[in-house]
Design a protein. Sequence first.
Length: 473
Amino acid sequence: MITKLIAFSALLGLAGAASAEDRAPQLPPIDAGTILNQINSSQHPFPQPGLTTLDTCVFTDFKNNKCYFKCQSGAILTEPAIKPDFSAGEPAGACAISIIRPIPAGQFNKAAAADSRWWSVDFVGSAHKAIMNAALGFINKAELTDMARAQSLLVPGSNDETGHPDPSANGGPIKEIWLGNTPFSKGGVLWNYEHFKFNEAYSRLGALCHLTQDQSVPAHAANIKHGTAESFEAYYTPDCNKVKIPAARDEGDMEPYAYYQDLQDDTRSHLAGWLNPANKVPYWTPASDAPPLGQDATYGPRGSYGGGRDVYSTRDQGNTEGGNNQTVTASPEIRFRQLAMAGAATVGVLNSASKRLPPLVAGLSAAAADRSVAVKFTVLDNRSRKATYALSLSRNGALQGLPYAGIVDLKEPVSPELMLKGEVNAALNVAALPAGSYVLDVRVIDSDGNATPDEVNTDDIPGNDTKVMVVIN
């Protein structure tokens, strides 16, 4: 565009130097706006490169000395077999675990477009999803009714990597994702919940579980830099993602974000004892100056693989036909123990979150007439079938009269709704109060003892939806 403007200015200069009789007075006057519109609407003379995106493809089969890959876009690729570089620590096997290729944007098929995140493409199925499904199967669904209703949000949320600050991070700001109200947290759990964005809240709870589950992976807990071919995570047998949870870690007694550190500490405490039988060297070694237990090691110095090589599992060279891509390890018990520990930690997170999500108030209205105030509002809660509420009037920050208390029954939601709801219609006797303006405040306490927080807002308009102005005449 700059080139066109310069060229046009040069032409105008030449025209000004010409004689009057050489000019063309029959041409209409041209203003700068007209010229700019013509330039902007014209096609650029140079071809523009098309937009591209990255397509992740994972190994699915090995036939006739060729490696077959299934891609996120839906494409099937074939590549010639490769010889691994053992000096670089590559695992034995003729095929890469995965490859990434650039493709034109918009080439993903409809199925992939529904969830085109690279970590969702996994030919052996997602261990995170398997852990979440096992946890949801373990919990008491009659007690944690909200988690049962939110399964379709929690499972894909558990496969969400966006809790990591960057692809090389082995952990993430777990408490921030619980509290929310930051750009990185995408609203988190509590902030989304208190702003009536329930689907987003439970999806972010799934992401919180993902970060927690990651701490069962030794390379994560030891803060070892690794990629998608990490042999513990890529370990594949027909039962590699079977999660058997022997018992819950507790009854949700800790804060939801505390299970992350608890699981990381458990994993780190076992690293020294997880030895490669071939050389009696630990598979994973934390940094010598790693933070002590109780502090997040994923923000500390990097650990390393024992002996400098990732050798937990290798490709099963004798079992590659018929679509198999199995790997073998001398220590499968580590994988199954850690899946169980991740499942138990996830149960703890779900228990804790369900117990701590507070009751909410919506649609509050108050109308004063005949020395009484008619109050209406809706109570929402994630699992309580009964809740108590208190109505109070204040003036200039001072409480006026005695609070009015009551009990409300909450009804089970109809799918796809997630929250139990109850309607309150109450009348406050204000005969003893002088005329003037008052602030009506509504607070609800659910069966878990949670009270409606100050930050409750059903819209983007500043102000707390649990308060309303009342004028008594």
